[in-house]
Every structure is written in C-alpha cells, then in structure tokens.
Design a protein around this ligand. Structure first.
Ligand SMILES: Cc1ncc(COP(=O)(O)O)c(C=O)c1O
Length: 420
C-alpha cells in the first residue's frame, strides 16, 4: 500500500524519525567511557518524566519484566498483596503475583471503572494485623481506557494509616498522562518504552522510593536478573551488570529531549485534548465507551464497544485491509466486542483526523450500525480548542501589553520634556 501505515494501537506507538535516527547510531562498547556518559545522562534525565529525584532502573525488557522486578524486589513468599480487577492487564499482573507465590487479594471489578479509593481505604482499615504488604494498581488500564486516580488512592492509604507499599503500573500513561512518583509517594513505578516514551519495545523501568529500597533489603522472593542491588551499584558509575539495550538508550535520550522541548504539561494537555476529541467522535457515532466514569477517562487511548452483533475484530480487519490502519483489539473478556484507538505518543491533530476517518470509513464498509459525523464532531472540538487559538491569544495579549508599555513610556518622556 502507498503512504504510511497508521499504527493506532495503544502501544507500541509511532516512533518519531528523530528517535529512529538516534537509534541508528553505531552500537558502542557498553563498558567504555562513552557509554557511561550516555547511561548517566538517561538515568538522570528519565527521572524528570517519572517526576522523581530518586533512582530509576532501566532493564532490557518488556513491561512484564518490569512488573516482575517490582514484585520480586519488594516482597517475600506468601506476602499478602492487594490488587484490583480493572481489566486485562491488572488480571495478568495478578496471575504473575500468584505464580510467584504471593497471597493475592484480587478485588473484583467490572472492567469499566478504575480502582475505587474508598475501597482501598476500607480494605486497609480492615487489615488490622497489617498483613497487606503492598497495594498494586494499574494507573491506565490499556484494555479498557480507564485511568485510576493515583493521588486519591495515595490519600486513601494515608487516611487508613497503613504502611503497605504502593506499586503502580504506568505502562500506558507515563509521558502521556500526568503522573508524579514523588509527590504521590509511590514506592515502585513500573513502565516501559513503547508507549508514551515513543520508543520501540525493549526497555522496562522501575522508579524506586527509599521505602521500596529498604523493603528490598528484607524481601525474600528469588531474584537474579531483576535484582535492583547490582543494577543500582553499577548504574552509579554509568554501567550495567549485564549488556544494556545500548541503541534504545540513544533513543531514550532523544525521547527525553523531545518531551523536555514540548514540556510535560503541554504533552499532557495535548493528550487530554485528543482524548476528548475522540470521545466526541464516539458519542456522535452513537457508540458506547467502555469507560463509564468521566473522572477516569484515559487520555492515551479510547476503548469503544461495537453495537450488538457487530464483530469488533472483523471491523478491525476491514480497516486494516482497506485503509492500512491497525487498531487495538478487545482483550480478554472484551475480545470481539471492543476496539481500541491509541492516541498517545508522537501524535497530532491531523493524525487523529486520519485515524477517526479510517474508523468512520471502516464502519461504513463493515456495515456497522452507526450515525455518521463523528469525524466532524472531533474536528469541531479540535478547532474550537486549538493551540493555535491559544497561542494567537497569548501573542495578541503580549502585543497589547508591549503597546501599552510603549505608550506609557512615550507619555512619561513627553511629561519629562514638558517639565524641561
Ligand atoms: C497497562 C499495561 N501493563 C502491562 C503491559 C505488559 O507490557 P509488555 O507487553 O511490554 O510486557 C501492558 C502492555 O501493553 C500494559 O498496557
């Protein structure tokens, strides 16, 4: 097919040319001085994205590895851990915790809501013997497009005055949705490279609090590859205990620079705006969002229910074959009932317009029952809330301010000459 493929799954996301070019540099000796400079720069720079002043370790791994690292470094066999069924990824993480020999209290959920902070509070208050060692939450459930409210969950833990560690998966939120490791006193933040960080898959991250580090000294789950201790020891001089993903670290350096150039607040605002435009399109089509709580809308992806009887996978196939666009599939119990639109990472208005056009044309081709006009609804919203308008407004205000200053100065000069 001519033209570029539209990769609109909620990760891996489109890798910017700038990052691709950075990755294409020659691989260097990972035990040499040039590597140490690169490693120090990214290990330091990535902390800005997590909003932490503490340590972040970077594994050559997918996100699943970073999940495992968080558990095995902080917990011991049979430790009790509180987890929440927010969707497919929360369920997979629960399965992993069980396989590692943890005692999981898995709070059931309907896959349409995030973690209820009030429930966290009551569960922790009920735990009088302080048996729960960790609370594990998926910030942005990629299977449903529901974002849990981490600041409120932290507040709930504080109100219960419970010492459990807080482990948060930010795999599809980091660099896309506001997140603050230090301010929310998260103990381990888990993430990976292929979503908001705009890199190919292959890097897993753990941001680690002092409390989590202290817990790791006591934790007895077996760990070798994932052990923080040799990683942190070697990282302090810019090295790794085993071969790092050198070229992905070049990419990471570039991605951090891009996020810094745009500014994290602007990055988050851009994702919010694209999320809202997408939801307006979905509503105009007469379709239903998976997420039922407006306070928990994800701004990195939107999961959409197909109308009764319409097979979401057949629709995705028609869109792939007809328009060369990949959309996310329904996962787990949502298989065939849901498609997911990724609007995160290196993404702009016209990419969103193209994406939504592909969905709308695909639904016509697949004879899905819907009301046309979603694309227009999204475009209206984008136009009414355009950065250009805000920037113009800022420029105009600035110009007016300068004019006013100039007039004041002129008046002052005139008065001065009058006085002379
Ligand atoms: C929220 C969330 N957690 C965990 C994972 C697993 O990450 P990976 O597939 O990189 O191992 C994913 C993957 O998409 C995810 O979206």
């Amino acid at each position: 097919m001519s033209g570029r493929h539209f990769l609109q799954i909620p990760g891996p996301t489109n890798v910017p040319d700038r990052v691709l070019r950075a990755i294409a540099q020659p691989t260097i000796d990972h035990r040499g001085p040039a590597f140490a400079d690169l490693a120090r720069e990214v290990l330091d720079g990535v902390r800005e994205i997590f909003k932490t002043t503490g340590a972040v370790v970077i594994y050559p791994s997918s996100g699943t590895g970073a999940w495992e690292a968080a558990l095995v470094n902080t917990l011991s066999p049979s430790d009790r851990i509180l987890m929440f069924e927010t969707g497919h990824f929360a369920t997979l993480w629960r399965n992993m915790a069980e396989r590692l020999g943890l005692d999981v209290d898995f709070v059931p959920g309907d896959w349409r809501h995030g973690v209820d902070p009030a429930l966290v509070e009551s569960k922790l208050r009920d735990d009088r013997s302080r048996a729960i060692k960790a609370v594990a939450v998926v910030h942005n459930e990629t299977s449903t497009g529901v974002a849990s409210r981490i600041a409120e969950i932290r507040g709930a833990m504080d109100r219960a005055d419970h010492p459990a560690l807080l482990l948060v998966d930010t795999i599809s939120s980091l660099g896309s949705i506001d997140y603050r490791h230090d301010e929310w006193r998260v103990d381990v933040t888990i993430s990976c490279s292929q979503k908001g960080l705009m890199l190919p898959p292959g890097l897993g991250f753990n941001a680690i609090s002092a409390k989590a580090r202290a817990a790791s000294a006591e934790a007895r789950l077996p760990r070798a590859y994932w052990d923080w201790a040799p990683m942190l020891a070697d990282n302090s001089s810019g090295f790794f205990p085993y071969t790092p993903a050198t070229n992905l670290l070049y990419g990471l350096r570039e991605a951090i620079a891009m996020l810094r150039d745009e500014g994290l607040d602007r990055v988050f605002a851009r994702h919010c705006r694209h999320g809202e435009a997408t939801r307006r399109a979905v509503r105009a089509w007469g379709l239903e969002l998976v997420c039922q709580n407006p306070d928990e809308y994800s701004s990195s992806l939107t999961a959409v229910m197909t109308p009764d009887g319409a097979d979401a996978d057949a629709l995705r196939r028609i869109i792939l074959e007809g328009f060369d666009m990949s959309l996310g599939s329904g996962l787990g119990k949502l298989k065939g009932k849901v498609f997911r639109i990724g609007h995160l990472g290196d993404f702009n208005d016209l990419m969103l317009a193209g994406t939504l056009s592909g969905v709308e044309m695909g639904m016509s081709a697949a004879r899905v029952a819907f009301t046309p006009g979603g694309v227009l609804a999204a475009l209206d919203y984008l136009a009414a809330n355009s950065e250009l308008r805000t920037e113009n407004l800022e420029l105009r205000t600035q110009k007016l301010r300068t004019q006013k200053l100039r007039t004041q100065n002129e008046l002052r000069t005139e008065n001065f000459s009058d006085a002379e």
